[in-house]
Every structure is written in structure tokens, then in C-alpha cells.
Design a protein around this ligand. Sequence first.
Ligand code: NDP
Length: 290
Amino acid sequence: MSEPKRTAGGAVLLDGNSLRDKIIADVRAAVAGLSSAPCLATVLIGDDGPSQVYVRNKHRQAQLAGMTSRNESLPRDVSQRDAEALVRSLANDPTVSGIIVQQPVPEHLDGEALLALIPFEKDVDGLTITSMGRLLRGLDSLVPCTPLGVMRLLEHYGANIAGRRAVVVGRSSLVGMPLAVLLARKGADATVTIAHSRTADLAKVCREADIVVSATGQARSIGREHVKPGAWVIDVGISRADAGIVGDVDFAAVESVAAAITPMPGGTGPMTVACLVENTLTAWRRQHAR
Ligand code: NDP
């Protein structure tokens, strides 16, 4: 690896954009050697602005990786029955390698029931009960993209994880919980604390960590007082402010005390998409291995 970029205060900048580009280039090279291009299918329900941006970005990166992709848009007031029929048809379509139902879905829909229709081998978001259960059991599975992206960033930039203390702030099934499992499981070997909104003295808990990952959506809530000198700080949270996208981490306050830090934007977001594209390649391979 060439000399990493550093922040003004000297921390290594964990650049998700450049690692994403490398991953996409590697996937593209692998796709060129396949008998057919993997296909990523997204289901977008309603007209949520950020979701539209995320979905467009996923298609763009899948296409840059030499894959095909298709988006199925459904109106906001679609019935559960019609939404399920669409997911079922993608599940049964042999040309579709991976399926995402973009979250959040409108409140009147049963999102769990939609997820449950995605077959395990096409679950490129890794969010179904089967994928999650297999992750916990240490079995081969497609792993949720944001936690996987965090692990890839840490590994790429050479973080010491084994035997170290990691604090994951946030306990959702999308990010915090699977990330805690990935950090703690054999091979990564961190000692992990999961913090949340009821954690007492969060700053003290975080200060014990060699690796702090925040996934709460509380803008700039992780400050200098949360970070032990020399810790690695990963920002997953996204909040929208007048100034644009803001992370959970107060970057200006933390970058001079951390050893390494993600920018927001440009850190975990691009890694999420890169891991989704990589998962789609893995899904294709599994479906064609039989
Ligand atoms: P959820 O709302 O499902 O979970 C948020 C978690 O943060 C909860 O566990 C909650 O605790 C905890 N929390 C909230 N406030 C505090 C607080 N003040 N102190 C400590 N913990 C707190 O969110 P998601 O996990 O889905 O997403 C988290 C953030 O990550 C969001 O901003 C989202 O936009 C972003 N995101 C970013 C991605 C990326 O690629 N960078 C991808 C996916 C999400 P409790 O359980 O007690 O309520």
C-alpha cells in the first residue's frame, strides 16, 4: 500500500472512496472471467429522496464492476400482496443474482415479510434471518454490507484488532449487532462492548477502546472526550444538516487525538456499496457452483 493520506493533525485518513474503487476494479476483473454477468436487482418502494440516491449509487457501482442491474420501483401505496409478488418473481428469476429491498419501506408494509422472501443465496444485503443466523453460528453467509465495509477498512489499513478493545455504539440489526459479531468472532478476535442510548457514561466506555465505531445517527456526538489517544475511529452515522452530510464523529475535534479516522462522507458509505457489489459476485458464484 502506498503511504496513506493523513489529516492535518496526523491521523491516517481511512479513505473509503479509494478502497471502494480498488474493490470495484478487482470485482470487474473477476466478472470479466465469468460465463455471464451477475445481476443486482433492487426494489425501491415510494419516493424517499435519500433512498433514491443510495439505489442509484448501487447501480452505478454494479455497472462499473461489469455487472448488469435492474431497479423495480413500486408506488408508496403499493399493497403488501403486490410488493411480495415482485420480490417473489425476482427470487424465482434465474438471471437475478442478488436482491435488495431498499430500507426503510413505507410503514403500512411488513418489511420483515418482504425480506423473508429473499432466498438466502440471493441475500446480498445479508439481512435475512437465515443470513444473520448463519453469521452468528460462524457458517458461510453473505454478510451485511456496512459492517463488512468497516472490517475491510480496518483490515486494509492494517488496524490491530486481535486482543484489542472495540466499542460499537449502536445495536441495530443493520449495523451495530452484526459488526460486533464480526469484530468478536474467531479470526478478528477483538474484545467487544456494545453501547447504546441507555449506556451510562458513554465517553468513559469509549475511552477504553482501541477501536471506536459509532453508528447512531447522532450528529457530532463523539468528541475528543470519547477517544483514547491513538485509537481508531470509524464513523458510520449519517445526519443531514444545513452544511450537508454530518457524521456521528466530531471530526475536527477527534482527528488530532486518533491514530486513524474515517472522513464523513467518503469513509464507510462508499465501503457499504463496494461490499454490496462484492456480495453480488459471491452470490453469482454460489449459484453457479452447483
Ligand atoms: P438505528 O436507528 O436502527 O440504530 C441506532 C442505534 O444508535 C440504536 O441502537 C440506538 O440505541 C443508538 N443510539 C441512538 N442515540 C444514541 C446515543 N445518544 N448514544 C448512544 N447510542 C445511541 O440506526 P441504524 O443502525 O440503521 O443506522 C445508524 C446510523 O448509520 C444512521 O445515521 C444511518 O443513516 C447510518 N447508516 C450509514 C451507513 C453507511 O453506509 N455509512 C449504512 C447504514 C446506516 P437504542 O437501541 O438504545 O435505541
